[in-house]
Design a protein around this ligand. Structure first.
Ligand code: ADP
Ligand code: MG
Ligand code: MG
Length: 887
């Protein structure tokens, strides 16, 4: 059998020390820190492979592992000179989960294991600290009962809260040994009531119970949800780490804390973190006590009175600073660290690459290049393209009027507006109805993860900058205001109150996670600032990418945004969007309702100047860059009025009868409009429509030339082609109009004609089609629909079942299905280029902005991707990463 148990820092473990697949992230990092000579409490890791075995074998642990665990506990005993279960100097351990990638708070950990009614007395005697011993025991009972025995933790917290009320104290630390004695008794009664058994006193039973529970937590609902959201495979499993306890709760010379080697919110190179004196592990993140700042600088900036660790424990702080430097040098990345001070001795309990905001991610990558810690290529690969999204969206308009309801900690930057909801379920429910929400909780817990994902932003009343809400929100790139002490949340009445406001469920609020402000209503926003580090990174990115990045845009506003974000042309300009405008829809309707060619041409003539002007505007902004214009694509009925009132208005304006319109609507009705009379089929039936559109394009070019605007080369794109004959006919239509315009104005016009490849037949017949096409643009939305035979608009009902049953790894409308749709793209690319060597190839589906799909496009050797304006920088970065990964 393969090796399953690894001691931190021993020889056999050395060859596995970088293997997170086996040791899990936490286990590997603990072993690495031990190797660096940092003070890590002794311990060992049971491989992630145990997880698989456990689930395959009726939740059993192999006997060999049981033996090895026993042996390793013996080693810890030797090092610590304590003994597990000893009645004079008992060893306590923590049992910690740890998967390959960190899943903050998703899985379970148990501290202070090895305590029972007898060893707790021994611990008291040995340390001469009864309060500490009893505090540790009650924590153990709480954690063990919750994690292993399934007793809900609020039952214990309620007992503590009520007791503190009667005693008239606020902090847990104000409770004495006797107080805990009483509470421990009550805790045990709760356990007896809920589990029908007494709290286990056998420490070996405790140990295996805890190990089993950690393994089981891999398949808890919240862990599964987290994996689904983050695309973490189920088969990875978790390792189990067992480690000697060190105690931050022994008194005033003790503390526990969380630190980041740089500011995870802004990326600034400053120590950032929180700590609590006389506390244990979870206290800092749980929000039960408000933690204090690590550094003096940040404490001063925040105006907080509680002494920073730099001030209260200067020696330990200095030690930490040295360790921060060492760790950054080793990992060449910002670290997120857990530590504990036991009687002035510092212990390291965890290090990992820290989660950070988009802004911090960029700043840290750029800074580390100038610090010569990493190379430019590494910097490019460090920034997750998906998180840029949060940076590129508008931020609050400083000039807008704001009614500030309350403020809290600026836990995760960005602005978000939405309806107030108080539960994760409600956030999810409203998301299904496409409604924006702000999730308001006293504090969040891992159970809220799916609701946090569904909400636009998160507001909590309790918890610091490293609380669960803050860490998870930063990881998700979601705005979050945490620890807003000014608000009182009432779950029952579904409202929250601040000094001057009462906000009910469903009320609209705005939060600004950059300033920590909570505001009434929806506050207007402005364009983001993309200069500085961002533009520096983008310059590097452009040096290392082969794929061009264009945008899908049809309005001057979108075109301008995309241009500012670095779009190198338009890959898809959907002309029908121009038809929906208030002033022109009436002419569009007139055209559709016409009974004769004559009438239709008249209506089209009215539309021509509008289309022409639209193109002039877009050509101006794109000065010189390619612009792909797609001729009319959707079925005509989409343009007709639906409600009776609208029908009556149109009838009046066009001087025809209501009934005529209604019967035309019935005539145009289709059973399957997606596969109906649309795309180039319209151009074949009503050539005059495409003729008008081409005339508008060419006349716009003439106009630009007159105005000395740098000429764009339009790429006229014929949609939904499946045969060579279609494109042959329509290409000659375009050429005829071009000739006509050239003759009329005596100007030479340069243009291309191409097609969208969005039907499987078109991909397969790419060879013939390429005879008449200068370019192909893969319309991957429709190509995915038609390859799977799945309608995107109806897929919502069952896509989740498909993901849950692992039929789809990812939604194929989000990431290209490389096996099927991808195969068709490859076939079309190969056959098309065989016919025409210089055939230009790109994609213009929604996939054009998805990093995984962009990687596919790079590997398939396309020339460009086209995506929505706000995704242009994401695509540029993803394109560079795809190129660098190939090498
Ligand atoms: P998580 O992954 O949820 O952070 P951890 O396993 O890191 O869970 O542990 C939870 C808390 O308990 C952390 O604050 C950690 O520092 C603390 N802790 C874990 N093991 C020990 C130990 N051996 N001694 C003291 N504190 C510990
Ligand atoms: Mg941890
Ligand atoms: Mg299409």
């Amino acid at each position: 059998m393969e090796k399953l148990v690894f001691r931190f820092n021993n020889e056999i473990s050395q060859s596995y020390i970088n293997n997170k697949d086996i040791l899990g992230g936490k286990g590997a990092n603990l072993a690495q820190m031990a190797k660096l000579g940092l003070p890590v409490p002794p311990g060992f890791t049971i491989s992630t492979k145990i997880c698989d075995y456990f689930y395959q074998n009726n939740q059993k642990i192999p006997s060999k592992v049981i033996k090895q665990v026993k042996k390793e506990i013996g080693i810890i005993e030797k090092i610590t000179k304590k003994k597990f279960g000893d009645l004079s100097n008992p060893l306590l351990v923590s049992v910690r989960s740890g998967s390959r990638v960190s899943m903050p708070g998703m899985m379970d950990t148990i501290l202070n294991l090895g305590l029972n009614d007898k060893t707790v007395i021994a611990l008291k005697k040995k340390t001469s600290n009864g309060r500490f011993a009893k505090d540790s025991y009650r924590r153990f009972i709480q954690m063990y009962s919750n994690v292993v025995l399934g007793v809900e933790s609020y039952l214990f917290e309620e007992l503590i809260d009520n007791y503190k009320l009667t005693k008239g104290v606020i902090q847990d630390t104000e409770l004495e040994e006797d107080d805990w004695d009483g509470l421990i008794k009550n805790f045990k009664t709760v356990v007896k009531e809920k589990t029908k058994k007494v709290f286990p006193q056998d420490i070996t039973q405790q140990l295996w119970g805890a190990i089993g529970a950690v393994l089981l937590s891999w398949n808890s609902k919240r862990a599964k949800t987290y994996r689904k959201i983050n695309y973490i495979p189920d088969h990875w499993g978790t390792a189990v780490n067992i480690q000697a306890m060190v105690f931050g709760n022994m008194g005033e010379n003790c503390a526990t804390g969380v630190a980041f080697t740089r500011n995870p919110s802004t990326g600034t190179k400053e120590y950032f973190g929180e700590y609590l004196i006389n506390a244990q592990g979870e206290d800092v993140v749980a929000g039960t006590r408000t933690p204090q700042y690590l550094s003096k600088k940040l404490r001063k900036e925040s105006g907080s009175k509680g002494l920073s660790m730099e001030e209260s424990m200067p020696e330990n702080f200095k030690q930490l600073e040295k360790i921060f430097k060492k760790l950054e040098l080793k990992y060449r990345d910002m670290q997120d660290i857990e530590f504990t001070v036991e009687n002035k001795k510092l212990w390291m309990l965890q290090t990992r690459s820290g989660k950070r905001t988009a802004k911090a991610s960029i700043k840290i990558a750029v800074d580390m290049v100038s610090e010569k810690l990493i190379s430019i290529k590494e910097a490019i690969l460090r920034v997750d393209p998906n998180i840029l999204d949060s940076l590129l969206h508008p931020t609050l308009d400083e000039k807008a009027e704001k009614k500030v309801v309350a403020s809290g900690l600026p836990a995760s930057p960005g602005a978000a507006s939405g309806k107030v909801v108080f539960s994760a379920e409600e956030a999810e429910r409203l998301k299904e109805q496409m409604q924006d929400t702000i999730l308001v909780r006293v504090e969040t817990s891992p159970e809220d993860i799916s609701g946090m994902h569904a909400a636009k932003g998160i507001l909590t009343a309790r918890g610091g900058m490293t609380s669960h809400a803050a860490v998870v929100a930063r990881g998700m790139g979601k705005p979050c205001v945490s620890g807003s002490n000014e608000i009182k949340v009432d779950y029952e009445k579904k409202l929250f109150k601040s000094a001057n406001y009462e906000i009910k469920e469903g009320d609209l609020i705005t939060i600004d996670g950059g300033s920590g402000k909570v505001m009434l209503g929806k506050v207007p926003t402005v364009k983001p600032d993309i200069s500085g580090d961002f533009s520096k990174l983008m310059k590097w990115v452009d040096k290392y990418r082969k794929l061009k990045v264009r945008t899908n845009a049809e309005t001057p506003v979108d075109t301008k945004v995309a241009r500012d974000f670095g779009a190198e042309g338009i890959g898809l300009c959907r002309t029908e969007h121009m038809f929906f405008d208030d002033k022109r829809i009436i002419s569009v309707r007139q055209m559709i309702l016409s009974n004769t060619l004559e009438d239709r041409k008249n209506a089209l003539a009215k539309l021509l100047p509008f289309q022409k002007n639209d193109f002039i505007e877009i050509f101006k902004i794109m000065g010189g860059l390619p612009v792909t214009v797609r001729l009319l694509d959707p079925p005509l009925h989409e343009f007709l009025p639906k409600a009776d009132k609208d029908i009556a208005n149109v009838a009046k304006e066009l001087k025809i009868s209501n009934n005529d319109i209604k019967s035309r609507i019935i005539e145009l009705h289709e059973q399957n409009p997606m596969l109906g009379h649309r795309g180039c089929r319209l151009g074949i039936s009503f050539p005059e429509i495409y003729q008008m559109q081409c005339e508008a394009i060419f006349e716009a070019l003439v106009e630009c030339k007159k105005k000395k605007i740098k000429a764009v080369i339009p790429e006229i794109m014929i949609p939904l082609v499946s045969t060579a004959a279609e494109i042959q006919i329509l290409r000659s239509l375009v050429e005829k109009i071009a000739e006509k315009v050239q003759k009329k104005y005596k100007i030479k016009i340069k243009y291309f004609v191409g097609t969208m490849i969005e039907l499987p037949r078109a991909a397969l017949r790419a060879n013939d089609i390429a005879k008449y096409a200068d370019f192909f643009s893969f319309g991957t939305n429709d190509l995915t629909q038609t390859t799977f035979g799945i309608s995107r608009d109806d897929a919502g009902k069952f896509l989740n079942d498909y993901v849950d049953n692992k039929i789809f790894n990812k939604d194929p409308f989000v990431s290209i299905d490389d096996k099927g749709v991808g195969e068709l793209i490859k076939i079309a690319t190969e056959r098309g280029r065989k016919q025409k060597k210089n055939l230009k190839l790109g994609i213009c589906g929604e996939h054009g902005g998805d990093p995984a799909s962009i990687e596919f496009c790079e590997n398939a050797k396309l020339n460009y991707v086209s995506c929505s304006p706000y995704r242009v920088p994401i695509a540029r970065l993803a394109a560079a990463q795809a190129y660098l990964k190939k090498k």
